[in-house]
Design a binder for this molecule. Structure first.
Ligand code: ATP
Length: 345
């Protein structure tokens, strides 16, 4: 029987609370495979303890694990001397070359969407190593009168993310939408030209090209037009939050950051310090991220377990009273985890 070794980086704020429920749910799926979890301290609390939010001794061990399950990182009051928040999760993306940000967006019950037709199901793919985040660590000289950010698109970066989108669409409804701003930004015209080249290699996949501003409109007006969307880092960052809003909020938005060798699975939300320690955080985004991890292991038993988790969430959500407070319900974090485990059994 295969044992998958998971590095657990629960992190700050609600991270440990939602991770505990994901582990509980994962444990309930161990039948034809086994999981082992090793905890690592990473994040703002670790910075306060050791002066480094992602200690080298921890980073060096991560490649020994089959996957990384992450809760949330960062606290508003814990910042670098230049005022920027700690974001070891972004460092992990860059250092492990996790270029492919997968954000599945679907409603588990249509009534949870603020949209009239709440049946939403698409996959947003966000390039996660370049784009407008490329010089996020640049220092601003004291007294600067002008500060610039760069939107970098490399051919290699564009090709690999666009291929990932076409491969994902082949397993879904065979449609890819390129989200860009090719009418204004030269980097985006370059991105579109590469998209067009690659699209020609996938004749069975339909394509659309939509500007990012129009994408925001269509996500609210007619999300059913989307199957797989692919875009640069910052556009993907912003659209992911909009996408979360149409399926019930940040507590329902799972994510995975995948490279050719390593992968990190984590909810799309942050550490939510306003509700940390109260036992009210919605653990579903983390539980669904854990299901993505089982899919990524790409073995028949783990893929089956991932589908079972999604079906269990759907079964729990069939009852409108079974919701955490972010979705108007009264369940606590652990009650939601327990309900999903019960459904699995
Ligand atoms: P980041 O900058 O890391 O994205 P943030 O502080 O901007 O983080 P989040 O922590 O993602 O934003 O969350 C914003 C708000 O949404 C939180 O303060 C919280 O009220 C709510 N929220 C986020 N995640 C959850 C969750 N799992 N369950 C319930 N409410 C949540």
């Amino acid at each position: 029987m295969t044992t998958y070794k998971i590095a657990l980086l629960a992190g700050d704020g609600i991270g440990p609370e939602v991770c505990a429920e994901a582990v509980k749910v994962l444990r309930a799926t161990e039948h034809d495979f086994a999981l082992s979890f090793t905890d690592f301290n990473v994040g703002a609390a670790e910075y306060l303890r050791s002066g480094d939010p992602l200690p080298e001794a921890v980073f060096a061990q991560l490649p020994n694990y089959d996957a990384i399950l992450l809760g949330a990182m960062g606290l508003p009051d814990v910042r670098w001397p230049n005022g920027i928040e700690m974001t070891p999760q972004l460092d992990l993306r860059e250092r492990l070359d996790l270029y492919c940000g997968l954000r599945p967006v679907r409603t588990y019950h249509p009534a949870d969407s603020p949209l009239k037709n709440g049946a939403v199901d698409f996959l947003l793919i966000r390039e996660s190593t370049e784009g407008l985040f490329v010089n996020r660590k640049q220092q601003t000289p004291p007294g600067a009168r002008q500060v610039e950010d760069t939107l970098r698109i490399t051919r290699t970066g564009a090709e690999r993310i666009i291929h990932a989108a076409f491969r994902a669409a082949a397993k879904r409804r065979s449609h890819v939408t390129l989200v860009d701003k090719a009418n204004v930004l030269p980097s985006m015209a370059f991105f579109r030209a590469i998209f067009d080249e690659i699209a020609a290699q996938y004749p069975a996949i339909e394509t659309s090209r939509v500007y990012v501003d129009a994408t925001a409109l269509y996500m609210v007006q007619s999300p059913a037009r989307f199957d797989v969307l692919v875009t640069e880092n910052m556009f993907g960052d912003i659209l992911s939050d909009l996408a979360a809003a149409i399926v019930g909020g940040m507590g329902m938005a799972p994510s995975a950051d995948i490279g050719d060798r390593y992968a990190v699975f984590q909810p799309s939300h942050g550490s939510a310090p306003d509700i940390a320690g109260k036992g009210v955080a919605n653990p579903v985004a983390t539980i669904l991220s854990a299901a993505m991890m089982l899919d990524w292991f790409d073995a028949e038993p783990t893929r089956t377990a991932a589908s079972k988790i999604r079906r269990a969430v759907e079964a729990v959500f069939a009852d409108p009273l079974r919701r955490t407070s972010d979705m108007g319900g009264r369940m606590s974090t652990s009650e939601m985890g327990d309900a999903i485990v019960k459904q699995l059994k």
